[in-house]
Unconditional design. Structure first.
Length: 405
């Protein structure tokens, strides 16, 4: 019944644009892809979308007196399928601006109903030098991502977040080569980590959206930009003290650059900040350890995450991706048991090397990608850093056939 309900909802969504087109003279552009992928992992790993969205290997699993890693068991998935379907609506002018809207769904999994991911749904108004966007789409820190075969697009080294937002962009310069951006962002499918797991309730209870400001410069074949985000969440509420809220503030910043000329493309990005779990970066927060048991204070964990990719070619492209993430700790003594974040704050560092080759022929893309991802796991310390580390690695081979339209 659940599967039939999903099909019915998809049909309703697909018919709505047709009705709008008939009544309001709105044009519709459909797009998407169908992909078949096979992968092999040499270690148990954290992944989403039934293994399509790969992140990193889990820690070792041992028993007392036996150092053998029970998670080092190779796994594979053959001919797994996924599909993405979206449409862009373009309509008449509204308030002197060209109007458009976009919606996109992704389907993955081997068995019905599988996984259905709600990716984009937003309305946009485009004036000559500005754009106003309202709805769910990429977080501004996702403006640039690497050209990988895997759908994780470089995560967890690269930000991976789609959120509801109100975004305003203004273009300056004779060629509109300078873009200023401001956004108020809430959380939905990519929320912050907390004591009750990942949830958008931490930011909803704060009554304040995340605030983002950024700028991009385009100089011929070169583009560079950056941005800063302020976030305020409410990790806990004391219901015995008139619903008293305890808040925590955090900042994170991003710089990025890309160069495209002829067959060469070079991209790079660095994120540095606090409590970036909503971006898929391995950081979080914890409760500050006070002598006064009645005082509650939270401190964010800081981290840095960087990646670079070089790609060369035409129809046949070869690329090399490299990523590195480091946990910087909190700068304050925390109650270790309260640390919230990826793997309960046990990750110190992480790195990846991933070459790939892609071949485009007509509407079809053929790709092969190898990923070596290593995580330094250890014991969380009072200041949020990690000590006594050991490395856990996974080798992943991915084969992909994708038909896009």
């Amino acid at each position: 019944m659940k599967f039939k309900s999903l099909i019915l909802q998809a049909l309703v969504v697909s018919l709505l644009p047709l009705s709008v087109n008939a009544q309001k003279n709105v044009s519709i552009d459909w797009y998407g892809f169908v992909a078949a992928q096979s992968w092999i992992n040499t270690h148990e790993s954290v992944a989403g979308a039934e293994g399509f969205l790969y992140l990193y290997p889990t820690d070792k699993a041992t028993v007392p007196g036996d150092d053998h890693d029970r998670n080092a068991v190779p796994q594979g998935s053959w001919f797994g399928t996924m599909a993405r379907l979206g449409f862009v609506l373009k309509g008449p002018e509204v308030f002197g601006a060209a109007s458009r809207a976009k919606a996109e769904l992704e389907f993955s999994g081997h068995t019905a109903p599988g996984s259905v991911l709600y990716r984009h749904a937003f309305i946009a108004l485009d004036w000559e030098r500005s754009t106003l966007t309202l709805g769910q789409t990429w977080h501004p820190m996702n403006d640039l991502f690497p050209s990988t075969v895997g759908i994780a697009i470089g995560s967890p080294f690269n930000a991976l977040n789609r959120s509801p937002q109100l975004r305003f962009e203004y273009f300056m310069g004779q060629d509109k080569n300078i873009k200023l951006m401001g956004a108020a962002i809430f959380q939905a499918g990519n929320p912050s980590a907390g004591a009750l797991g990942k949830s958008y309730n931490y930011i909803r209870r704060s009554m304040m959206p995340m605030l983002y400001a950024g700028v991009d410069f385009t100089l011929g074949d070169f583009k560079v930009g950056g941005g800063l985000e302020f976030q305020r969440i409410t990790p806990s509420v004391d219901y015995t003290d008139d619903n008293k809220k305890y808040y925590m503030n955090s900042l994170c910043g991003m710089i990025q650059a890309q160069y495209n000329k002829d067959k060469l493309a070079v991209k790079a990005k660095t994120l540095i900040g606090q409590n970036m779990s909503h971006l898929g970066i391995c950081s979080g927060f914890g409760q500050v350890d006070h002598l006064d048991p009645g005082r509650i204070e939270y401190a964010p964990l800081a981290a840095s995450s960087s990646w670079v990719q070089v790609q060369y070619g035409g129809a046949l492209k070869a690329g090399l991706f490299g990523g590195y993430m480091s946990n910087w700790g909190a700068g304050k003594d925390l109650v270790v048991a309260t640390i919230c974040g990826a793997e309960n704050g046990t990750i110190d560092k992480m790195w990846r090397v991933a070459p790939n080759v892609q071949y485009n022929v007509g509407n079809m893309n053929l790709g092969i990608e190898y990923e070596l991802t290593t995580v330094a796991y250890g014991t969380p310390q009072a200041n949020g850093t990690v000590a006594d580390t050991h490395n856990v690695s996974n080798n992943r081979l991915l084969l992909s056939v994708m038909y896009a339209f």
